[in-house]
Design a protein around this ligand. Structure first.
Ligand code: TYD
Length: 209
């Protein structure tokens, strides 16, 4: 049986990493084979592309170059990891996927969602998540958390206005794809957020029979 492709999206610093670990545990205990991965990156080649994208010194990077690099990392990731794993019945949990490009490059960088969707169509080979958890947290709080940690990357260094636009982009996506995208209030406790996610996963599993 085909596995599941789960993605987690949301502003920087919204607590995705902790929850991904919890989702992995949930499936592992139930006996599923689980892979956790991330974008940009997730493969040897993709991690190299990630370094180029997020390098704080690359201040001259053109927006189209940025969008293409994210898509390039994604193409490798889909071909090498996501597609084979899902086809062989595994659960793949991915920290960010194409929705990130739609909102960061499409909306935040103003390239337009349609253009970024077009670029990514080639990269994703028709693979879309079965479910996407969208962590909702005000961009102010998320970015403050990142700066406190003191290792903000090139995108996190963008002005608050950029992050605000990204956030609004996410809200629009949620309205566009209500079946796939499940909004989660990320200001709740770790346990509360986890329980909400589990409820959605159980719903999804029941739907598959
Ligand atoms: P990520 O590794 O998720 O950073 P963090 O763990 O700090 O949230 O992503 C790195 C940055 O890249 C993040 O600011 C979001 C951005 N990004 C895009 O702009 N487009 C994309 O397609 C992806 C996958 C990420």
């Amino acid at each position: 049986m085909r596995g599941l492709f789960i993605t987690v999206e949301g502003p920087d610093g919204s607590g995705k990493t902790t929850q991904i670990k919890r989702i992995k545990e949930y499936f592992t205990v139930k006996g599923y084979e689980v892979i956790t991965t991330r974008e940009p990156g997730g493969t040897r080649i993709g991690e190299k592309v990630r370094e180029i994208i997020l390098d704080k010194n690359h201040v001259e990077m053109d927006n189209i170059t940025e969008a293409l690099l994210y898509a390039a990392s994604r193409a490798q990731h889909v071909a090498e990891v996501i597609k084979p794993a899902v086809e062989s019945g595994k659960i793949v949990i991915c920290d960010r996927f194409v929705d990130s490009s739609l909102v960061y490059q499409g909306v935040g960088r103003n390239l337009g969602v349609a253009l970024v969707e077009g670029i990514n169509q080639v990269a994703i080979q028709g693979i879309m998540p079965d479910i996407t958890f969208l962590f909702k947290l005000s961009p102010q709080i998320g970015i403050q958390r990142k700066f406190k940690q003191g290792n903000e990357d090139r995108l996190e260094r963008e002005k608050l206005d950029f992050h605000q636009q990204v956030y609004e982009g996410y809200m629009q996506l949620e309205t566009l794809y209500p079946q796939r995208i499940r909004g989660i209030d990320a200001s709740k406790t770790i346990q509360e957020v986890h329980e909400e996610i589990v409820r959605y996963i159980e719903e999804l599993l029941e739907g598959r029979g």
